[in-house]
Design a protein around this ligand. Structure first.
Ligand code: SAM
Ligand code: SF4
Length: 477
């Protein structure tokens, strides 16, 4: 459902070729992306930087001069997938001498130069704040030198770089509004791999969204690890004196919402400690800001939340859910949950299950705890929950979420909803697939109407399963 987080279906996705190759395109690059949507958005920035430097994209790594993997470190499994994939490039490299292999993103940042020792075939290691130096590093590597740049920055936001939209449905796009994270959730590697939090220039965000709208896009998702702490001091020279204005996340949302009522706005991720009433009221005020909030809870036990350094309690979280439902009736709410964090008891686990029931999530991203080197939890606590217990608890969480998702969808049957059409349904080109404002996937027959993707349709919900709504158009083209 939610595509802003870790989307299993997109892991390892390769870019389709960009615009037709030009005579200036000297060389070809191939890029595969793993992890969260931030990484996919970063790959679009990398594609833009390489495009400016004479590289054209290819979807076939065998013909590439430069093979890049944009990697994720959030769990060990994500790193193993990348290591396995690297072995597959070994043969290609033997067949094509001169081919360079580069590792980008969180794994590059976490392992730094160690990567070159561990994976002999890797020529380049480039951290998430160093992509502007990629063309120079490639040149260095072409000269036979292994190249590494993993410097983190306090300023880099790539604000001026216009991402190359590839593999896009032409309707929905992701726009990065900030980078890094200043929270120190004890289980999380992100603050170490992505550095300090910084917000991107508001004007460049509004410009990118406006450009997307003008080229036919109808939905933007504003991305950050903690969007509610977005903050930008805007300078303007009104009259003669210099003026500055502070733009927080609510104001940014408003600015993007006023580009056009036909442009839908989503955002991810909200931290329960930071999401404000001002943001909730802004969502309620604008019809085109979607009624949907991804609000990761991680655990339902106040004791565990404290160990996780989430800085809120169970009661605080419940009050946030109440507030969302009060200000935005019918708002879709999804979450992230970790099962089996250090010292978690059966009672703590039951607290998580009961908080899920309380919040009635529409969907959840559910994981069992995986200790990550260097994190606060790895240094302070023992990863003491046996794997079989973690897995059993996770299964109970998953089973409960399946029931909650089904019940949430069943409650929509009979309602009439506004749907933004994203393309054909997976199963049939006789059906459209789109999303409701609450981020639920809905499919409906095309017959009798002349919609195109990017259009809005009014659809009556006639049936569902736990993942998808089904419906029929009640009006429109
Ligand atoms: N910034 C977001 C937030 O605060 O929720 C999400 C960051 S992270 C990329 C996405 C999710 O991965 C987290 O919400 C958490 O549930 C999960 N996660 C992070 N570290 C983990 C770990 N060590 N073990 C298991 N799951 C983890
Ligand atoms: Fe990780 Fe917490 Fe930052 Fe999210 S808010 S990226 S979970 S440290």
């Amino acid at each position: 459902m939610n595509t802003t987080i870790h989307n299993e279906a997109r892991q390892g996705e390769a870019f389709a070729p960009a615009a037709p190759e030009t005579a200036e395109t000297r060389k070809k690059f191939y890029i595969e992306s793993y992890g969260c949507q931030m990484n996919f958005a970063d790959s679009e920035i990398v594609a833009s930087i390489l495009g400016e430097n004479g590289f054209g994209a290819t979807r076939n790594f065998e013909e590439a001069d430069l093979v890049l993997l944009n990697t994720c470190s959030i769990r060990e499994k994500a790193e193993q997938t990348v290591r396995k994939r690297l072995t597959e490039f070994r043969k290609a490299k033997l067949r094509k001498p001169g081919m360079l292999v580069g590792v980008l993103g969180c794994m590059a940042e976490r392992l730094k130069g160690k990567f070159l020792e561990e994976e002999k075939l890797v020529d380049l290691v480039v951290g998430p704040d160093a992509y502007r130096t990629l063309p120079g590093l490639v040149e260095e590597a072409e000269g036979g030198q292994k190249a590494v740049n993993v410097l983190l920055s306090r300023e880099e936001t790539y604000a001026d770089i216009s991402p190359v939209r590839l593999n896009s449905n032409g309707v929905t796009a992701f726009v990065s509004i900030m980078r890094g994270c200043n929270n120190m959730c004890s289980f999380c590697v992100v603050p170490f791999t992505r550095g300090r939090e910084r917000s991107r220039d508001a004007q460049s965000i509004v410009q990118e969204c406006t450009d997307l709208f003008n080229s036919g896009y109808r939905e933007v998702t504003l991305l950050g690890q903690n969007v509610d702490s977005y903050y930008w001091m805007e300078e303007s020279s009104l009259r003669t004196e210099e003026r500055t204005a502070a733009i927080n996340f609510a104001l940014l949302l408003e600015r993007v919402a006023t580009i056009s009522p036909l442009l839908r706005i989503r955002f991810s991720t909200s931290h329960p400690k930071d999401i404000t009433d001002e943001v909730l009221h802004t969502i309620a005020r604008y019809n085109n800001i979607c009624n949907y909030i991804h609000l990761p809870v991680q655990s339902g036990s106040t004791r565990v939340l404290q160990l996780m350094n989430r800085t809120y309690t169970r009661e605080w979280y419940q009050a946030k859910v109440d507030r969302i439902r009060e200000i935005i009736p019918g708002c879709g709410i999804t979450t992230d949950i970790i099962a089996g964090f250090c010292t978690e008891t059966e009672e703590d686990h039951r607290d998580t299950l009961s908080l899920m029931e309380y919040s009635r999530y529409d969907y959840g991203y559910m994981f069992f705890y995986n200790e990550r080197p260097g994190t606060l939890a790895a240094r302070r606590y023992t990863d003491d929950i046996p794997e079989d217990v973690k897995k059993r608890r996770l299964q109970e969480i998953v089973d409960l979420q399946y029931r909650l998702s089904l019940e949430s969808n069943q409650a929509d049957v009979g309602k009439t909803v506004e749907v933004l059409i994203e393309g054909n349904s997976k199963k049939s080109d006789q059906e459209w697939m789109g999303r409701t404002s609450e981020n639920k996937v809905i499919v409906f027959p095309k017959a009798g109407y002349h919609f195109n993707k990017g259009d809005y349709a009014t659809v009556k919900v006639t049936g569902c399963n736990k993942a998808t709504l089904m419906g029929n158009v009640t009006g429109g083209n």
